[in-house]
Ligand binder design. Structure first.
Ligand code: MRU
Length: 321
């Protein structure tokens, strides 16, 4: 069954509220670009490609309502700083508007192109997955994070469909639990064998020879192949390298930022410390203890075996960064 994170209805956007999963499937109905901006900021929708698609529809809603396009653009742009797809999608809509093209058509194309890119990455990437592989993944990179199918999870899904009999270790992904709440939910729906693990379990599983490859997504990739992705990805890349396990990144070309070079060029989102100190409403740290919540980290090219996009495979560590 195909999971959808959002549906454009022609005059409004329906959004599956990912904060409520896996307990409840709640759909939000968004008619105003400000609601779209707060849905992105508040993580009702998340995952770089999905954020891009949804921001495009937000821009359309705002411009159609007669709001100043630059205000709509800035409001949506200032929601989350790391995922490049957000800026890429908004720039596409802005250009279409400037050139007098149909911006609804442009937003729809962004969604369609992303779905096609995911399917293509699945085909290309699954070639790298051996039969019977035990794959470790982090965060959620599935249909919920994209226009459908998924990036890293799309590769896993394609490998499963081609009869590779894959098994997935799902990092829970503190603090938002995108792994245990969302990836496990998608895998269960697809009937793909998996087990949820705490983030700190990965290293020991690798040492015991229970992980054949690591497959993750990306939020931004620089020109020299530094990869920003969910916090914890860098640690996994170091562990994979130490255990000589292939480390694959899967991302569409809309995640590649042609204007950034080197890790310092990436802006890392810092979110509220309350998200670390509480799980839902339950405190998991003393009220008086401060916490640090970096939402992403950066993996250097020398730790990456391959980056898979819809255009093909890049081997960053073979290119000397
Ligand atoms: O904070 P999130 O949930 O938006 O972070 C998502 C990730 O880090 C994903 O790995 C990334 O966006 C790639 S999703 C196809």
């Amino acid at each position: 069954m195909q999971v959808k994170a959002f549906r454009w209805m022609g005059d409004r956007l329906l959004l599956l509220d990912q904060r409520e999963l896996p307990a409840r499937e709640v759909w939000l109905e968004l008619k105003d670009y400000r609601q779209v901006a707060s849905a992105i900021k508040g993580m009702a929708v998340r995952g770089a490609p999905a954020i891009g698609c949804v921001a495009a529809y937000g821009f359309l809603l705002g411009v159609r309502a007669g709001e100043p396009p630059s205000l709509v653009f800035e409001t949506l742009k200032n929601t989350r700083p790391t995922a490049y797809n957000l800026f890429w999608a908004l720039n596409r809509l802005w250009r279409a508007l400037e050139e007098g093209r149909d911006i609804e058509k442009e937003a729809l194309s962004i969604e369609e192109e992303d779905y096609r890119a995911n399917r293509r990455m699945g085909e290309i990437g699954q070639e790298l997955i051996p039969k019977g592989a035990r794959v470790l993944t982090h965060c959620n990179t599935g249909a919920l994070a994209t226009a459908g199918w998924g990036t890293a999870l799309g590769v896993i899904r394609s490998a499963h469909l081609s009869g590779k009999e894959v098994f997935v270790w799902v990092d829970e992904t503190r603090p938002y639990l995108q792994g245990s709440r969302l990836t496990a939910w998608e895998l269960l729906k697809e009937g793909i064998p998996h087990k949820v693990i705490t983030d700190s379990t990965a290293g020991f599983l690798m040492r015991k020879g229970l992980v054949d490859c690591v497959v993750v997504g990306a939020d931004r990739i620089t020109r020299d192949y530094f990869v920003a992705n969910k916090i914890g990805t860098y640690a996994l890349s170091v562990l994979a390298k130490a255990h000589r396990i292939p480390f694959y990144v899967v991302a569409p070309s809309s995640t590649f930022d042609p204007n950034s070079y080197g890790e310092e060029s990436i802006s890392i989102e810092e979110r509220s410390q309350e998200e670390v100190k509480r799980v839902k409403d339950t405190p998991v740290a003393p009220e008086g203890s401060p916490a640090l919540h970096l939402a992403f980290d950066i993996t250097p090219p020398e730790n990456i075996t391959a980056i898979i996009s819809e255009k093909g495979i890049i081997w960053p560590s073979r290119q000397g960064g």
